[in-house]
Design a protein around this ligand. Structure first.
Ligand code: BEZ
Length: 220
């Protein structure tokens, strides 16, 4: 089981754009590996189409996308046009690869299998997993949705913004935070350091008298 902060396994991957080691494909970028239950299914089509639309936003943040299901590469390739038409684009090619995990090696190692979802042969399918991997190949986020609930990829983009911001500055992002909103100084920052590092600080007064909500404008 890969835990937050662990080095992500360097799988050898068979994809719609060729075969390679995952780390070679990631290079110096961030990466998001996400699984879906099956090709040519409705919710999965909406998800992959949304990522066709959002792909540029992830690229701007130096983040590559890669999908995965237990379908073959040939099935993935046949599905791409449906996804592009649903996304409302006629662009050439497809903006991110899809992994063929027909033998389920990656799905099993990353524990992405949904016990309730089976293919026509009764073999288990992947749930809707999302992994964010940073340029040092550390796993920074892991979420697992059931097959019947489509994800919001705006939320994944929001987490990526938060991770990249909090890697640079000693801040944390509150509930519902959006890029540009105020953020919180991390609890580990001492009162001494506060003065020098965060001059535009607002401390929220609370009944406990403890001064732990320390808001600052989002650092650049
Ligand atoms: C879908 O993508 O629509 C889907 C796939 C598997 C189970 C339920 C829904």
């Amino acid at each position: 089981m890969v835990k937050l902060g662990d080095t992500f396994p360097n799988f050898f991957i068979k994809t719609t754009v060729g075969e390679m080691y995952l780390n070679d494909w990631i290079g110096d970028s961030w990466a998001i590996l996400f699984s879906h239950p099956a090709d040519f299914t409705p919710v999965c089509t909406t998800e992959l189409a949304r990522l066709v639309q959002l792909h540029e936003e992830f690229s701007k943040r130096n983040c590559k996308l890669i999908a995965l299901s237990c379908d073959s590469k040939e099935t993935h390739l046949k599905w791409l046009n449906d996804i592009k038409v649903y996304a409302g684009t006629l662009q050439e090619g497809f903006p991110y690869p899809i992994i063929d995990d027909e033998n389920r090696d990656i799905a099993i190692e990353l524990q992405m299998i949904d016990p309730d979802e089976k293919d026509a042969q009764g073999l288990p399918l992947t749930a809707r997993a999302v992994f964010i991997i940073d340029p040092k190949k550390k796993m920074r986020l892991s979420i697992l949705y059931p097959a019947t609930t489509g994800r919001s990829f705006e939320e994944v983009l929001r987490v990526l913004d938060s991770l990249q911001l909090c890697d640079k500055h000693k801040v944390a992002t509150p509930e519902g935070w959006k890029n540009g909103d105020d953020v919180m100084v991390q609890p580990s920052v001492s009162a001494e350091e506060l003065k020098s590092s965060f001059p535009s600080l607002t401390i929220v007064q609370l009944p406990s008298g403890k001064q732990y909500i320390r808001k600052v404008p989002q650092p650049n």
